[in-house]
Design a protein around this ligand. Structure first.
Ligand code: ADP
Ligand code: MG
Length: 693
């Protein structure tokens, strides 16, 4: 990874190889855009057939350009690209944007061309953006680089965008523009043959003017590197991303629960692991970026509301509360102050209704009190512009309060923006995030609270577990590999779990009916007898589980029946019958490059019907394990309710972390399924387990 992208974002001179006189061509539009955006340096059109393009002198080759060139666009057919990259190298170009498409995505021939130009670029230390991309924008007034063929000309600001899809990138850029919100840098990197999404984010992370980073990515070349790098960025700056492809039914049919459930959600998991704020709605993401790039991060979720109109604050409260924010009452001291400063008709509580006739002084006092009140972490405003009020000075008070206080302000601003143009401009210049609808503003505030949670919770710590004898598992797996077995036997699975100190129901393996009865007497009745065969996936579906066997006769009969039903050659697992408590399920699945995905849920209908499960990428920290438990919709059942005892969370967290450790130690474990574990009283115990290599 090399995140110094200065030559790309701060070019001193730009050449366009494939510049064209045709108005409707990319090689012409890029020049038009550079000129329109007032690029702060020379622009060199390269075209051997003409002398001039858009009033600029054209050169037959980049090698003929008199001055230095640090950034070049390449807009010529793929077969000619490697040769021009070589010429760029000779000229001393540092970065190239290849807008042309038709490389790797077109098959072997295109792949060969791509490898060729990448090798040539590497030889000269040139960084490549694309191919098949739009390019970059840097709105820094000292640079004004519009090295891009799109049509939105962002004003300087503090939001930077990187998008794998130029289409989505352009939509987001235009959305900010329409809201009157400036932007800092923009990159659409297309096929991403060289400069990666990770490098862009890391570069934006170090840019002092970038306050919020917006990402659109459908796939990542190196997810583990992405997580490691982006985590560092999100500790200081918010990164916001759309999770796309959520409904992809690409989950492979699998032999265990985790396989069927985990398939399509890994981008979301990668984002969460990296501390990214994820969104499923582009508009909401844009609103959040506006708030995050202009306001400080609140310390918590307690909101003080100031309104000069009734209904909108009712809607706001509904949305805020449903997002988990709280609206604590005013302190006695605050009430006392407000009683003397507010109008007679004002409603002195939280929400504080200053009423429609309130003027600048009333707003000033209201804002001051909310800023000073310790029990509020943020201020939410419903501000309508009454024609009988000095709204411009109200706006000035709002801006002054935002500038003075350490708490964020988010505003539901209700007006006719043409008639109240000056008021609107004051709020805009003061960087007050304003939204037309109460619930939109509420959700923007919620995103600030979400980011605070990410920042303060941190990554958590990894438990060490010194009580594990890894070698024993090594031997079991080696043995299975030597015998070419993919599905481990019950003996192997339960031995592995015991080695990793994961509590399992007392068990014995028996090879015939006589041994079953003997094992049962040793374990003590009642017992459970199960078929132990790698051919059987769901034992109870085929009569391979007999529970609550109270004596030798019942055990004998059950084992005989199982044997005649399922045929010879099969072994038996005899387990102690446990009182069924709450059922849990834990799974793990190896992913191609993300380590393992760990799954947790309540068993039975909660998994099968409600699909109420949580996922996280290994290795699991204590914070992540805790979140896996608390993020379940059925979390209330884990806490216990109406006198029913809950589940021991500490033990559950520890089991999750031990399973994560097992997967980390042995990447050859392809799937692991603990289904179910029984949680009874304070104990948790595995009663069924499967491991596939
Ligand atoms: P499979 O999932 O292959 O059908 P299990 O071993 O999970 O087989 O057994 C099926 C069900 O039987 C479990 O979900 C659980 O409800 C019950 N069961 C299994 N083992 C025990 C046990 N040791 N004590 C009590 N109930 C058990
Ligand atoms: Mg089971």
């Amino acid at each position: 990874m090399n995140d110094n992208l200065d030559s790309l974002f701060m070019p001193k001179a730009v050449a366009i190889i494939g510049a064209s006189v045709k108005e409707l061509s990319i090689g012409n539009v890029i020049i038009k855009n550079l000129l329109h955006y007032r690029f702060n340096g020379p622009v060199y059109p390269i075209n051997p057939k003409v002398d001039e393009i858009r009033g600029l002198k054209a050169y037959p080759s980049i090698l003929d350009v008199p001055g230095e060139v640090d950034l070049a666009h390449i807009v010529i057919p793929p077969p000619l690209v490697p040769g021009e990259v070589e010429n760029c190298g000779k000229k001393g170009v540092k970065a190239i944007i290849i807008n042309t498409a038709g490389f790797k995505e077109m098959g072997a021939e295109g792949q060969a061309l791509e490898t060729d130009f990448l090798n040539k670029a590497a030889k000269y230390g040139i960084r490549i953006v694309g191919p098949n991309c739009q390019g970059i924008i840097n709105s820094d007034p000292a640079i004004n680089a519009y090295c891009n063929f799109t049509f939105t000309f962002p004003k300087p600001g503090h939001i930077s965008i990187v998008a794998q899809s130029g289409g989505v990138g352009a939509v987001l850029m235009q959305a900010f523009y329409d809201m009157g919100i400036g932007q800092r840098m923009y990159a659409s990197n297309g096929n991403g043959s060289d400069v990666s999404i990770t490098e862009f984010i890391s570069y934006y992370g170090k840019d002092p003017e970038t306050r919020a980073i917006v990402l659109y990515a459908e796939s990542l070349v190196n997810p583990l590197e992405f997580i490691e790098v982006v985590r560092k960025v999100t500790a200081n700056k918010p990164v916001l991303a759309i999770t796309a492809g959520r409904t992809d039914k690409g989950a492979e049919a699998s032999r265990s629960h985790i396989g069927g459930l985990a398939g399509s959600i890994s981008m979301d998991l990668i984002f969460r692991k990296a501390g990214i704020l994820t969104f499923t709605n582009q508009e909401e993401l844009c609103h959040a970026a506006v708030a995050l790039s202009s306001q400080p991060v609140p310390k918590g979720n307690r909101v003080g509301i100031i309104t000069n109109t009734g209904g909108p604050s009712v809607i706001a409260i509904d949305e805020l509360v449903s997002c988990g924010l709280t609206i604590p009452p005013l302190s006695a001291k605050a009430e006392e102050i407000l009683k003397s400063t507010m109008l007679e008709s004002a409603s002195i509580r939280n929400p504080l209704d200053v009423v429609a006739t309130a003027g600048p002084a009333h707003f000033r006092s209201a804002l001051e009190v909310m800023m000073n009140e310790e029990q509020y972490d943020s201020i939410y405003l419903n501000f309508v512009t009454p024609p009988f009020v000095d709204c411009e000075n109200v706006a000035r008070e709002i801006v002054a309060a935002a500038r003075a206080g350490g708490k964020p302000i988010v505003c539901n601003y209700m007006t006719d923006k043409e008639k109240w143009g000056t008021t609107s401009q004051i709020l805009k210049d003061g960087e007050i995030p304003c939204f037309d609808f109460a619930e939109t503003a509420a959700r923007a505030l919620y995103s600030l609270v979400r980011y605070n949670r990410i920042k303060t919770t941190g990554k958590g710590t990894m438990k060490k577990f010194d009580d594990i004898k890894k070698e024993k598992v090594e031997q079991i797996l080696r043995n299975a590999f030597q015998q070419n077995r993919k599905v481990l036997s019950a003996t192997e699975v339960y031995s592995i779990l015991e080695t990793y100190r994961i509590p399992v129901a007392p068990w014995k393996v028996a090879s015939d009916v006589k041994e079953v009865v003997y094992a049962a007497s040793q374990l003590g009745y009642p017992v459970v007898v199960k078929a132990d065969s790698e051919m059987i996936i769901h034992k109870s579906d085929v009569g391979g589980v007999a529970v609550n066997l109270k004596n030798a006769d019942e055990t004998h009969a059950a084992a005989e029946k199982m044997k005649s039903g399922l045929g010879g050659g099969m072994k038996f697992l005899v387990q102690k019958f446990l009182k069924p408590g709450r059922e849990l399920i834990i799974g793990a699945k190896a992913s191609e490059s993300n380590g393992h995905i760990i799954m947790f849920g309540l068993g039975g209908i909660f998994v099968e019907v409600l699909k109420d499960v949580s996922f996280c990428i290994s290795p699991l920290s204590d914070v992540e394990a805790k979140e896996m438990i608390s993020s379940l919709k059925s979390n209330a059942l884990i806490d216990g309710f109406r006198g029913e005892k809950g589940i021991n969370k500490e033990k559950t967290m520890e089991i999750l972390q031990r399973i994560s450790r097992l997967c980390e130690d042995f990447p050859s474990i392809k799937e692991l399924d603990l289904n179910p574990l029984f949680a009874t009283g304070d104990d948790i115990c595995v009663v069924d387990a499967r491991i596939i290599l």
